[in-house]
Design a protein around this ligand. Structure first.
Ligand code: AMP
Length: 279
């Protein structure tokens, strides 16, 4: 069932709570793919009711980013949600979420300065603010986030812990195409040639992991090999970062250990892609 206003959504949630139903929540920006579907399936498994939100959150995009051209197809998304047995789709407008005079933000310090945060000032402030609003509206028992956006997952978990929020934040594994490319709504931007070059990212991540498994502990050696692989593809315009970090603090490692995270952000053509792997 499609719900467009906060008022209607809150009244539905109130009734569900009165009936003692558990609520699982999957926040998305729409243009759904198998990555989103994996989160929906986890939520369906754990909860009485699953709510998916579809909201391209303007305040998490920088000025020169892709807010205006972000892919949208609400009819297709609704069909996927129906097919997956989603109970409610919350689809508010930007004005509904940010009426005139809106001026309150939630910011997680520290973690948000690293990795993507260093290149996208204000991005995580937009994410934590909207997720906080969505949590208040939906009062979910559990919320599902993809490890594809690993830093986002950690930032949300930190917010929930620091602010004593009553929701369990659950991370779900990265879903990939058969050839390794991590699914992303932004893959839609890629031309055929760019799609080929985008494969460099997962190939480099798999190679990085393999090097560690063969005994390499020096992050710089792994990173420089990965950089070489990625840069060898013609459509790769800019390697924003390749880092090996502690999976909790996201601080760079001096010596690589099992459980560390390799994270990458790369521009392929004009499209910024991110991916990561735990080693
Ligand atoms: P988005 O619509 O891109 O904001 O993503 C909504 C949620 O789906 C986020 O929690 C993402 O981490 C998750 N997600 C996106 N792509 C993938 C993927 N390939 N595998 C797993 N989760 C994903």
């Amino acid at each position: 069932m499609l719900v467009k206003t906060i008022k209607d959504m809150k009244s539905i949630v109130k009734k569900l709570k009165e009936k003692g139903k558990s609520i699982g929540f999957v926040p998305t920006m729409g243009y759904l793919h198998e990555g989103h579907i994996s989160l929906i399936r986890c939520s369906k498994k754990d909860n009485d009711v699953t709510v998916v939100s579809i909201f391209v959150n303007p305040i998490q995009f920088g000025e020169n980013e892709d807010l205006d051209r972000y892919p949208r197809d609400i009819e297709r998304d609704l069909q996927i949600c129906r097919d997956e047995g989603v109970d409610f789709v919350f689809y508010p407008s930007a004005d509904e979420m940010y009426p005139d005079g809106f001026s309150t933000y939630v910011e997680v310090e520290g973690l948000t300065n690293r990795l993507c945060g260093a290149f996208r000032p204000g991005h995580f402030k937009g994410v934590t603010t909207v997720v906080n609003k969505l949590f208040n509206i939906l009062q979910p028992d559990r919320a599902y986030f993809g490890e594809k956006d690993y830093q986002q997952l950690k930032v949300i978990q930190k917010m929930v812990k620091d602010l004593n929020m009553n929701v369990e934040v659950i991370g779900c594994p990265v879903v990939r195409e058969k050839d390794g490319l991590a699914l992303s709504s932004r893959n839609k931007y890629l031309s055929e040639k760019e799609r080929e070059s985008a494969l460099s990212i997962s190939r480099a991540l798999f190679e990085g992991k393999k090097m560690f498994e063969k005994g390499e502990k020096d992050p710089q050696k792994i990173i420089s090999k990965m950089k070489k692989i990625i840069s060898s593809y013609p459509e790769v315009k800019n390697v924003q970062y390749i880092e090996i970090v502690d999976p909790e603090t996201l601080e760079p490692k001096k010596k690589v250990e099992k459980g560390d995270l390799i994270a990458v952000a790369v521009f392929v053509g004009n499209t910024r892609l991110i991916d990561n792997i735990k080693i």
